[in-house]
Design a protein around this ligand. Structure first.
Ligand code: TRP
Length: 475
């Protein structure tokens, strides 16, 4: 890797053809939809509703909104700013904007991409399998206890999950192969409106079921008694995962965006839509669960065991169930492409591979790493007995990848991005990038943002990190 000399104080003028060579988002809407597509994923539709349900409903929501506003949103904008100023991979952007080993944070992000995608693609694969299977034969076979048996049967088997995981990775790499405008942007512009439409149709279906209000009450009634310290940490951690921050996804996406796009407004839009869609997903899921007398607190099993039982009984359940899993699959796919892209961008910008080789190599390697993760997830899985040491004790490969990335790599990545802006790149350059003018005339909004990046956001992240270490050490 050639190490270019850094321009310490500000970005250098672009060579005139740079955008042409690197590709870029052709439209502002395309960029926003791609960023929203990244943010909206399994975290919103699968995880957020059950976490909210378990942690006191609206009480949790308040805490969560606070975390998004005070930590998530500032870090999201920090990543946008670094990416657009750097105009290259996360590794290259850190290197270009300041001296010192900051670029290692870009590499940490590439590694986090590997870790996250290897288990995320496994879950996305299950979703694809539920969609395909549900479309072909409906959900009648998932009534009652059969649902759990079928799910455990699926994840314990060695063949099917890996085939679907392969399909997910092949589609992901296939989209990236076409580049930014023709790949990521086109996919987002087609898939995100479709996601929204399906979500609204399902919302109508769910809210018109008899007994739907009970589900809404479960979700929104504030129960501060259920809110604990752990809920706060959960909210803080989830705000990272759900906004796709901490591994350089947003740095990478913003490196492809034009200078006339207002990054602050875009960050606000992404955070608002991400939260809104998570809430709407809950408003689809819980009314349906309550209308059919199911248990809402099944945690991770809610989507794969409880909901199929609901679809088995619901009138038109075949169509509704297939549409639901299609929705989840769209959400997952626009996220997997965003997790792979920083790896691909790094291989292209820093390692000089062509885009198609980079997509194939990165997608292929992650698929291979994902196989052991998949085989380790269920009690009956081939590699379940094989565990890795992790501070507090041995965990399965799947949990290892999940814990190390979500609890450590993402928070560290976000923390370093904040520190980089404050101590290395500097207030003036950062504010200039946010406002498009020089930093001295920065808007109050930009000043508030910088203040948050220098104080509350890093403090919040340090709290998550310390808590994660304590939790592991006390296991
Ligand atoms: N935000 C996505 C979700 O909620 C997942 C995701 C996509 C992600 N890209 C990421 C998480 C980058 C962490 C880092 O499902």
């Amino acid at each position: 890797m050639a190490k270019p000399r850094h321009d310490h104080s500000h970005r250098m003028a672009d060579p005139p053809d740079q955008h042409h060579v690197r590709g870029h988002f052709a439209t502002r809407v395309g960029f926003i939809l791609a960023a929203v597509g990244s943010a909206v994923g399994l975290g919103n539709i699968w995880k957020f509703p059950y976490v909210m349900g378990e942690n006191g409903g609206a009480a949790f929501l308040l805490v969560y909104l606070g975390c998004i506003l005070l930590v998530g949103l500032p870090v999201l904008l920090a990543e946008f700013v670094i990416g657009r100023a750097g105009e290259t991979s996360a590794v290259g952007s850190y290197r270009k904007l300041a001296r010192g080993p900051w670029w290692l944070n870009g590499l940490l992000g590439v590694a986090a991409g590997f870790f996250i995608l290897s288990f995320y693609s496994a879950v996305a694969g299950w979703v694809l399998r539920y969609f395909v299977n549900g479309t072909v034969s409906g959900f009648a076979a998932y009534a009652g206890d059969a649902s759990a048996e079928r799910f455990v049967g699926l994840i314990s088997s060695a063949g099917e999950p890996i085939v679907y995981q392969f399909l997910v990775m092949a589609m992901t790499a296939g989209i990236l192969f076409f580049g930014i405008e023709k790949g990521i942007e086109r996919a987002a512009r087609f898939l995100m409106p479709l996601l929204f439409l399906i979500l609204l149709l399902l919302l109508v279906r769910s809210l018109t079921l008899p007994g739907a209000m009970e589900g809404l009450a479960f979700m929104f009634q504030p129960d501060f008694g259920k809110l604990s310290w752990k809920s706060v940490l959960e909210a803080l951690g989830h705000s990272f995962f759900t906004l796709s921050i901490g591994m350089g996804v947003m740095i990478t996406y913003a490196s492809y965006v034009d200078r006339d796009v207002h990054l602050g407004k875009t960050a606000g839009t992404v955070a608002t839509l991400d939260t809104g869609i998570a809430l709407l997903a809950g408003m689809v899921i819980f009314p349906a669960v309550f209308a059919f007398g199911m248990e809402p607190g099944t945690g991770p099993a809610l989507m794969f065991i409880t909901l199929p039982q609901v679809f088995a009984q619901m009138p038109l359940g075949h169509v509704v169930g297939a549409a639901f899993f299609f929705l989840v699959f769209i959400a997952a796919l626009t996220s997997t492409i965003s997790i792979l892209e920083p790896v691909v961008t790094w291989l292209v910008d820093d390692m000089d591979l062509t885009r198609w080789v980079a997509s194939a190599v990165a997608g292929g390697l992650i698929f291979v790493v994902g196989i052991p993760a998949t085989l380790s997830v269920s009690e009956g899985g081939l590699l379940h007995g094989f565990t890795l040491p992790f501070l507090g004790g041995p965990v399965t490969i799947f949990d290892f990848l999940d814990n190390v990335s979500s609890k450590f790599m993402l928070p560290i990545g976000g923390l370093v991005a904040c520190l980089f802006i404050v101590f290395a790149w500097g207030r003036k350059n950062a504010m200039a990038e946010v406002t498009g003018t020089d930093g001295d005339n920065a808007s109050p909004f930009a000043k508030l943002w910088f203040w948050t990046v220098a104080t509350v956001a890093p403090a919040g992240i340090i709290v998550i990190l310390v808590a994660a270490v304590i939790e592991l050490a006390s296991k």
